[in-house]
Ligand binder design. Structure first.
Ligand code: NAD
Length: 246
């Protein structure tokens, strides 16, 4: 692992445009489980609550579970050392942007500024007339929540199954893929499309791919140049120390 770690540190140090691409794995050590796998959220909850047709047909039932997972539970999570290390790398001008599939706000909470939320976020709630509100300004005790301006149903501003990627985040993410000469892929299976195309596109443009994950993924055998096996927080802390030393 030391060899891979040293290679990664050197690549980031010499890079002109490093971008991080993060998935659910980076937030596992903040107490948020991934969706898939044995301990994943879908082993406990039915994913149909995030299907648009179900949501509009049964808003109260859907919102009861959404509130439990994304507001009562995710809402208590704090950034871990991996989120904090990425924020520090940005301050040191060693990281230009983060493309995240996560909706948990932990990169912003850690202090990162240039974050493209590929799947949207749970921070805002929106209605069909495009009025939007900070989730923490809306009373979620009475469900489903209604828009204070037009009384339409409010929906979290992350994408449900079958919804398109937010336009701005999509554009910014693929611009980052064009510019990147190094991409650090952290905690993503590579199974979620089209997000998984971002590091692939960067690789096709000549970027070197560093991957951090306790397990091999779809990226590992296809585009990864330097695989560092381990937990996001441990590895990112070591990378940060290594970069500060050199
Ligand atoms: P995913 O593609 O996001 O994969 C999770 C990956 O994290 C796996 O490869 C796993 O080996 C790895 N991992 C586990 N612990 C880790 C650790 N400590 N450090 C580094 N990596 C670790 O899979 P998913 O959960 O099915 O996600 C599906 C989609 O839903 C993705 O877009 C994901 O980002 C999103 N999601 C977001 C959150 C969140 O906002 N925190 C939570 C669950 C899912």
């Amino acid at each position: 692992m030391d060899d891979a770690l040293n290679k990664a540190i050197k690549l980031i140090k010499e890079s002109k445009y490093t971008v991080a691409f993060t998935g659910a794995g980076i937030s596992v050590e903040s107490g948020i489980p991934p969706f898939r796998g044995e301990t994943g959220l879908w082993s406990k909850y039915n994913p149909e609550i995030l299907e648009l047709s179900y949501f509009y047909q049964y808003p109260k039932e859907s919102w009861t579970v959404i509130k439990e997972i994304f507001y009562d539970f995710f809402g208590k999570a704090k950034p871990n050392k991996a989120h904090l290390a990425l924020a520090e790398l940005e301050k040191l001008n060693l990281l230009k942007a983060i493309v995240t599939q996560n909706i948990d706000n932990l990169h912003f909470d850690a202090g990162s500024k240039e974050v493209y939320e590929f799947h949207g976020n749970s921070r805002m709630l929106v209605c069909s007339n495009n009025h939007s509100f900070e989730a923490n300004s809306i009373n979620l005790e009475e469900l489903p929540p209604k828009c204070p301006k037009c009384n339409e149903l409010l929906k979290p501003d992350f994408i449900f199954f079958g919804e398109g990627i937010p336009e701005l985040a999509y554009r910014k993410s693929f611009e980052a893929a064009e510019k990147a000469d190094v991409v650090i892929v952290i905690g993503s299976t590579g199974e979620v499309y089209p997000a998984s195309n971002m590091p692939k596109q960067a690789k096709a443009n000549g970027a070197t791919i560093i991957e951090i994950n306790p397990e091999k993924t779809l990226f590992s055998e296809s585009i990864t140049d330097v695989f560092i096996k381990g937990k996001a927080s441990e590895i990112m802390e070591k990378i940060l120390i290594g970069l500060n030393k050199k």
